[in-house]
Design a protein around this ligand. Structure first.
Ligand code: HEC
Length: 127
């Protein structure tokens, strides 16, 4: 398929091309978030995010609740409420990688731009 055809199909609202699956974060960020998640969140949400004391952060229920929201909304929810025992303690340098890890565990691929407070505004949690 030529680039022009690819763009035309994408514009028509059909299946986006593979490169459009890249999430609003880098793989490096998600890797850092993996460690931070295990240290700050996994005791209640499990290392695989399947949920325990806190709800699952992957799967259908999570997507139904958060999929249409912006990454910024998820990010600020986490800042305001999590970790449940110590809300407001995560600074941006930890928050962004943790959110990147959650997005990656929900099937998104790392892209070429890191997640920031600003870029989170224009990204949806699920596509
Ligand atoms: C001490 C246990 C605990 C820890 C640690 C914890 N959480 Fe939670 N989390 C919960 C509980 C319980 C809820 C359900 C909402 C509530 O009770 O506030 C929740 C809810 C959530 C939700 C909303 C889920 C939904 O279905 O809407 C997200 C997102 C989340 N936590 C992310 C995190 C992240 C990220 C961390 C680490 C920075 C973290 N949590 C650490 C217990 C915890």
């Amino acid at each position: 398929m030529s680039i022009a055809t690819t763009l035309a199909v994408f514009a028509a609202g059909e299946c986006p091309p593979a490169w459009a699956d890249s999430g609003p974060f880098t793989t490096q960020q998600a890797d850092a978030g993996h460690t931070l998640f295990n240290n700050n969140c996994a005791q209640c949400h499990r290392p695989d995010l399947s949920g325990a004391q806190g709800p699952a952060l992957t799967g259908d229920q999570f997507k139904a609740k958060w999929g249409d929201k912006t990454v910024a909304e998820l990010r600020s929810y986490i800042h305001e409420n999590m970790p449940k025992t110590a809300p407001h303690t995560l600074a941006d340098d930890k928050l962004d990688p943790i959110v990147a890890w959650i997005l990656q565990k929900n099937g998104e691929q790392g892209g070429d731009k890191p997640l920031t407070k600003d870029s989170a505004e224009s990204a949806k949690v699920a596509k």
